[in-house]
Design a protein around this ligand. Structure first.
Ligand code: ATP
Length: 453
């Protein structure tokens, strides 16, 4: 079971501290959200799982964390200044603005139903900001609209500082910004978001095969995070809808509460980007047409040792949205269950490695010194295992604690009662089955670790 509506998720997220509307106390800003105490843990866990699979568990990738402010020259050569646009229409009647390709009824304003709309015109989605103390328009930067351009501009730095040879990849996670015309559907379409991107460099001619490899690998990864296979769809992007850099793109769509839409895109960007940022392109047989007059002084190419010539690698890019991942996984994990005839519970049946809190230690009696001290010791020992956040709940209300931890997806709650002082065991309650068992403190670490295998 998933959530029935987006409202159920929005409400849970606010109630339990996953997500808040940004600048809320001043009325909020559309398309911006803040991650609260549970949200930040959950989001970090998701990013960590991605980093583990993309960097630590592979032998052919490196990581990067580049700056967000980007030179206009980079985004000129990447094609973003000219082509990173959405078609904008204005409603002359109610003055609202819409993305022309997202009008539900053709040529009708979704707000007032007027048909008095302007012709679509290209609207660039990049945010601009001044650099330096004088804001005279001559010195500015863009907030990056995707994380990958700095991967391309650092290509040579990374080659020179490591011993990588093609095929290899560079992974990066971080913020991206797009001035979306109509941000909507909670954190699905926002103006400030995070991406997890891998640029995987391959020899031209092997690109189609690597593309298939990454499409399958990424679907498998999302399934391992807890998304049901049947809720993921592989969608071939139509030729006329491909981004300016792409030879072929396959979107991995997810059935969100508001409908099926893109969770991740896996694109074959060819030699477009490295080629665009390379001087003396005439040295290479570059397939993309737009790349001319690069002012970069660098040759972003590698040497083919067998054929003894330089070439610009092709790149396969799996590009996932962190926030869309958060939304999809919250939706997948959401359950509403009858506990008995009169009581219901909501729970997030998250995979333990993603849960914001890994375990809650609850002394049966609030402020009882013996119970609280022992609970603190247990908490501290579990925390030292380094598997994520463990909390102490000193409120004395076991039922309320169980409900809260069900809703935030804590895999286990451990109750320390008066018997614990005698038999050195605690009651462990499992989130999904609600089954309780006594586990000796001595065996707790092993018991706890098993949840993460
Ligand atoms: P869409 O067609 O939905 O606008 P896109 O094709 O422009 O998305 P990409 O440029 O492929 O998106 O970006 C890669 C990933 O970044 C997307 O799959 C998505 O998960 C995420 N992403 C893109 N735009 C947004 C946004 N405005 N809000 C949240 N996540 C986004």
């Amino acid at each position: 079971m998933t959530a029935q509506t987006m409202e159920e998720l929005v409400s849970l997220c606010k109630r339990r501290g996953f997500l808040f509307q940004s600048n809320d106390i001043y009325g909020g800003i559309k398309g911006l959200y803040d991650y609260g105490p549970m949200g930040v843990e959950f989001k970090n866990n998701l990013k960590q799982a991605w980093w583990k699979s993309m960097v630590y568990e592979r032998d052919d990738t490196e990581g990067l964390d580049a700056s967000i402010l980007s030179s206009p020259v980079v985004l000129k050569h990447s094609g973003h200044e000219d082509t990173f646009t959405d078609p904008l229409v204005d409603c002359r009647a109610c003055k609202s603005r819409w993305r022309a390709d997202q009008l539900f009824e053709n040529n009708k304003c979704p707000n007032c139903k007027s048909e008095d709309l302007t012709e679509p015109r290209p609207f660039n989605l990049m945010f601009k900001t001044a650099i330096g103390p004088v804001d005279d328009g001559s010195s500015f930067a863009y907030l990056r609209p995707e994380t990958c351009q700095q991967i391309f501009t650092n290509f040579k730095n990374i080659l020179d500082s490591t011993s990588r040879t093609v095929p290899f990849g560079i992974a990066q996670m971080g913020k991206a910004f797009r001035n979306e015309i109509t941000p909507r559907n909670f954190i699905f379409r926002v103006r400030e978001f995070e991406q997890m991107e891998l640029e995987f460099f391959v020899k031209p001619g092997t690109d189609d095969e690597w593309h298939e490899y990454w499409i399958n690998k990424r679907i498998e990864w999302w399934i391992n995070q807890g998304i049901k296979k049947e809720n993921l769809k592989k969608i071939e992007v139509e030729k006329n809808e491909l981004a300016h850099y792409s030879k072929r793109t396959v979107d991995i769509n997810y059935v969100f509460p508001h409908g099926e839409e893109e969770l991740e895109g896996v694109a074959n960007r060819t030699d477009f980007d490295l080629g665009s940022h390379t001087k003396n392109q005439n040295d290479f047989k570059i397939t993309s047409e737009v790349m001319k007059n690069s002012s970069s002084t660098t040759k972003l190419a590698v040497q083919d040792l067998e054929e003894k010539k330089w070439y610009i690698p092709y790149v396969i890019e799996p590009s996932a949205g962190v926030d869309r991942g958060v939304l999809a996984l919250l939706n997948e994990a959401y359950r509403e269950e009858n506990v008995d005839r009169d009581n219901k519970r909501i729970l997030l049946s998250l995979k333990p490695h993603l849960s914001p809190i890994k375990a809650a230690v609850i002394p049966l009696k609030k402020n009882n010194e013996e119970l609280v001290n022992l609970s603190k010791e247990i908490k501290s020992n579990l925390q030292k295992l380094g598997l994520g956040r463990v909390v102490l709940e000193n409120s004395g209300n076991i039922g309320k604690n169980y409900r809260r931890h069900d809703e935030i997806g804590t895999p286990i709650c451990l109750t320390v009662d008066f018997e614990t002082l005698e038999d050195k065991s605690v009651t462990v309650r499992d989130r999904d089955t609600m089954k309780q068992e006594r586990v000796s403190i001595e065996n707790l670490s092993e018991y706890y670790k098993k949840y993460f295998n």
